[in-house]
Design a protein around this ligand. Structure first.
Ligand SMILES: NC(=O)C1=CN([C@@H]2O[C@H](COP(=O)(O)OP(=O)(O)OC[C@H]3O[C@@H](n4cnc5c(N)ncnc54)[C@H](O)[C@@H]3O)[C@@H](O)[C@H]2O)C=CC1
Ligand SMILES: O=C(O)C(=O)[C@H](O)COP(=O)(O)O
Length: 377
């Protein structure tokens, strides 16, 4: 048996070696000759899995250790009889932490969640976690998800136009669908932006093509958009220099890059490939995930609203401005920065040392985020 894998999939090396020959390549450099005699291909988003790559191969399953599948030509894979799988929800907690860090900065600048409306476009694994995060911090929340609305009824959903019209912050969490009734390509375009509440903040951590770069630039020019947060870009890694300059926060597609999220992605991919190839690894998981150097957070809660206490705790685990600075200083090193991303752990890996001012409301907010406490409160 032979397996070809992206060399940037953490925890993978050594796992399949007792059962198969495994070759590792940079994701974007995986070629037809590499996969020709392989039984399985394990990738992340940088390998286009299509007819050109796989038509003369013996690959029986293609697994991506990511949720997104826009790098897969699914109709062709299905026609060719090649199984495919992704890793649903693997990095939803990581994107939640990313968005939480954006909120934390705004809260520390004085934003009051109770008088702020957040619009979430795409309420799947990630969007649902953002909804819970936002409600926990006290935001008002609007949801748009036409596929879910068709299945579940319209009670909790609204149209994109209405969401754009009423939200102070709009965050996108859809897949990239190029066509069909739920197409998301250019969802924010020169027509839909006309509905946007003047001065809204836009956050896109889904796919760059969901928010048109030209529309974002003209929205910033006109003041329709007050601040822009981008993790994903049209044509990445070759990002639009002017758009980059105009962002408030810009990061190199790392919203899903917590170590927890990557470990989950690898686990799901390994288990599915093992099941297909008949290897005894269908319960496999990494033995351990590296911890932060210091897992303990000391909070000063004196005279602070729970959302401000939460903002401090969130930023102790992950400050998105560090990632912004790295990309701002080296925009040409987009892929290199991703490839050497530091260990980031989600809230559940951190332990809070409560101070005597921490009230029950703040404790509840922090526990809902997933933090542990030194002494159970
Ligand atoms: N920047 C990053 O590192 C990451 C980016 N992503 C991106 O975020 C996307 C969402 O991730 P998950 O929530 O885990 O996926 P998911 O598949 O659980 O959720 C996607 C949701 O979008 C909804 N949707 C589909 N078409 C829509 C439309 N036209 N308008 C509004 N909603 C629509 C679906 O019904 C579904 O509820 C992924 O497909 C991926 O492209 C995900 C993880 C990390
Ligand atoms: O899961 C997804 O979808 C993502 O966007 C991943 O976080 C992207 O990671 P890479 O596969 O590009 O390393």
């Amino acid at each position: 048996m032979k397996i070809i894998a992206d060399d940037k999939i953490p925890f993978l090396k050594g796992v399949f070696e007792p059962y198969a020959t495994v070759e590792y390549y940079t994701g974007k450099d995986i070629q037809p000759e590499h996969v020709k005699n392989a039984n399985a291909l394990i990738v992340r988003t940088r390998t286009k899995c299509n007819e050109q790559l796989l038509k003369d191969s013996s690959v029986k399953i293609v697994a991506t250790a990511t949720i997104g599948t826009d790098h897969f030509d699914i109709p062709w894979l299905e026609k060719a009889g090649i199984d495919w799988c992704n890793s649903p929800g693997c990095n939803s907690g990581s994107v939640r932490q990313y968005i939480a860090s954006v909120f934390a900065h705004r809260i520390k600048e004085g934003l009051k969640p109770e008088s702020t409306t957040l619009g979430i476009v795409g309420v799947g694994m990630v969007g649902s976690k953002i909804e819970a995060l936002a409600r926990n911090l006290g935001f008002n929340v609007l949801l748009n998800d036409p596929p879910r609305e068709r299945n579940e009824g319209s009670d909790k959903f609204c149209s994109l136009e209405s969401l754009l019209n009423k939200s102070d912050i709009v965050t996108f969490h859809t897949p990239l669908n190029m066509e069909g009734p739920d197409a998301t390509f250019d969802l924010l375009n020169n027509d839909s932006i006309k509905f946007l509440k003047k001065g809204a903040i836009i956050i896109n951590s889904s796919r760059g093509e969901v928010t048109s770069s030209n529309t974002l630039l003209s929205g910033l020019d006109s003041g329709d958009i007050s601040r822009l947060v981008l993790d994903v870009w049209e044509n990445e890694p070759h990002i639009h220099p002017e758009l980059h300059k105009r962002t408030w926060i810009a990061t190199p597609h790392i919203a899903g890059y917590s170590m927890d999220g990557k470990a989950n992605g690898t686990t799901m991919a390994v288990q599915k490939v093992a099941s297909k190839l008949g290897f005894p690894l269908t319960e496999w998981a990494p033995e351990s995930i590296p911890s932060p150097a210091n897992r303990y957070i000391c909070l000063d809660a004196h005279d602070k609203h729970p959302s401000l206490v939460a903002a401090d705790a969130i930023l102790s685990t992950y400050d998105i401005k560090d990632d912004d600075l790295e990309l701002r200083n080296h925009p040409e090193e987009f892929e290199k920065i991703r490839g050497s991303y530091p260990i980031r752990r989600e809230f559940e890996a951190w332990i809070i040392h409560p101070d005597s001012y921490l009230n029950q409301e703040s404790v509840k907010t922090l526990k809902n985020l997933g933090f542990q406490f030194v002494i159970d409160r």
